[in-house]
Design a protein around this ligand. Structure first.
Ligand SMILES: [Zn+2]
Length: 462
């Protein structure tokens, strides 16, 4: 036990000395956005000049592969094998970030400079995902030192660089390398905890399904005086179409989209008493919005959501006196494994037809990221909960799937591994917008939790 404490103490000493923050600052300074063309070299540099040497120092064999899909970022794989009979952990991260949005950050902040303000460490990628994989690797380094270079298990790593473009290429990559990536479990970090102060394990992710709703009535706008009141207005029709899909209080009316038997008992059970929030001023949880009868946690972890990501009719920035020719809404469904996305388009078509909207077309419908879920009571999940609770002295909240997306399905489909995601961020971290930040207190708990888990894995083998 003293040795376990020693490993955790080493990880915390590294954190408290400022060395972890300095290292993260170097990682954040690499402008490795996959969303702005012109940064391909930075993305590769992140893997080759920053991650590779670090991993090699820890005894990993490292390779950087071209993405199987032309035009998308490279994928780093690494492995550190100690013995065939030992447990093998696969871990994952992404080295790419969303675009910098340099002009939108608060005065005094720069997306590519890690800036500390109290508990907040601002910087692009600080939370999504550089800070998160850096925490896990720094913890591993501390355990390696505490164990004199032999950790007692095998580690494999996949670090992709097109996650912020939908993990393009990852599925093909893992499919063709299933043997070399084979592992007993995936343990990795991304996304938010349920609440900033509540250590969380998520055993999957919701999927995303996108489609466009399109109303096209005429080639161009027609005079609003001579035609308004005579000819169909696509903006008004679109408002009613959306009203047929979701009521005024956020309840989805296309009931065939929803989990057929409601929220499964096992999901309801792990979510009992689970609070949601911690978003600060970024968004509020609105009472009475969404599916009636569900708790806030059940709404985002046990149910499906419908969101209009963007919509347009006419030109709002330059209106003219005309009935618009068309309207378009780009929509998203976030769904759990309890519903079948293969039926979404057909059920929507049927629902719209029944409600008198035969004139609206559904275009570009399809899955962007599939849903995944490991049984929240899986032995590996229980093991991880026990390890983290022993280290942190706090209850760990298990959620059946993250509300957001991650490519866990790829590892389930081709490697058959259970998913143990341990998010180190929180809902108010502003990832994907200006002023992204990481909470130092969460990072500190994360590094301790992972030092404990990496230590316990070595004991598990013995
Ligand atoms: Zn992201």
């Amino acid at each position: 036990m003293a040795a376990r404490q020693d490993a955790i103490a080493r990880a915390l000493a590294h954190f408290d000395s400022g060395a972890f923050r300095a290292h993260l600052a170097e990682l954040v300074a690499v402008k490795s956005t996959s969303q702005d063309p012109g940064h391909e070299a930075d993305v590769r540099d992140y893997l080759e000049a920053h991650i590779r040497p670090w991993l090699e120092r820890m005894g990993f064999g490292v390779a950087v592969h071209d993405n199987p899909r032309a035009g998308f970022g490279p994928i780093l794989t690494a492995e550190r094998m100690e013995g065939a009979g030992l447990p093998t952990v696969l871990t994952y991260g992404h080295g790419d970030t969303v675009r910098g949005l340099e002009d939108q950050w608060r005065a005094g902040l720069d997306p590519w400079v890690l800036t500390e303000e109290g508990d907040l460490w601002y910087g692009r990628g600080s939370a999504d995902n550089k800070g998160q994989h850096a925490v896990n690797l720094a913890a591993l380094e501390a355990v390696l030192a505490a164990r004199g270079g032999r950790i007692g298990f095998n580690v494999k790593l996949v670090l992709e660089t097109s996650e912020e473009r939908g993990s393009v290429g990852l599925r093909d990559f893992v499919a063709t390398r299933a043997k070399e990536l084979a592992a007993d479990v995936l343990i990795a970090s991304d996304g938010p905890r349920v609440m900033p102060e509540v250590p969380t394990i998520t055993t999957g992710t919701r999927g995303t399904f996108h489609f466009d709703l399109v109303l096209k009535y005429r080639p161009g706008g027609v005079h609003s005086g001579h035609w308004g009141g005579l000819t169909r207005d696509p903006a008004v029709r679109m408002a009613h179409v959306l009203g047929a899909i979701m009521d005024a209080n956020g309840k989805i009316l296309v009931r065939d989209w929803l989990p057929r038997n409601g929220v499964p008992a096992v999901v309801r059970q792990v979510l009992a008493g689970c609070e949601v929030g911690g978003g600060g001023d970024s968004a509020s949880i609105d009472d009475g919005w969404g599916e009636p009868g569900l708790t806030a946690a059940e709404k985002i972890y046990g149910w499906n959501s419908f969101i209009v990501l963007a919509m347009i009719s006419g030109r709002p920035e330059n209106p003219v006196n005309a009935v618009a020719p068309d309207a378009r809404a780009h929509c998203q469904i976030r769904y759990t494994v309890d519903s079948d996305p293969a039926t979404f388009e057909a059920s929507l078509r049927r629902h719209l037809d029944e409600n008198g909207f035969r004139d609206v077309a559904i275009e570009n419908a399809g899955i962007r990221m599939p849903a995944s879920r490991t049984d929240p009571h899986h032995p590996w999940v229980k093991w991880a909960v026990a390890s983290m609770e022993a280290t942190l002295g706090k209850r760990v909240q298990v959620i059946p799937n993250s509300s957001g997306g991650l490519p866990g399905d790829v590892f389930v489909d081709f490697l058959g591994v259970p998913l143990v995601w341990v998010p180190h961020s929180y809902n108010g971290c502003k990832q994907h917008g200006p002023d992204e930040h990481f909470l130092a207190s969460n990072a500190r708990e994360g590094i301790a939790a992972f030092a404990g888990m990496w230590w316990d894995l070595g004991e598990k083998a013995a």
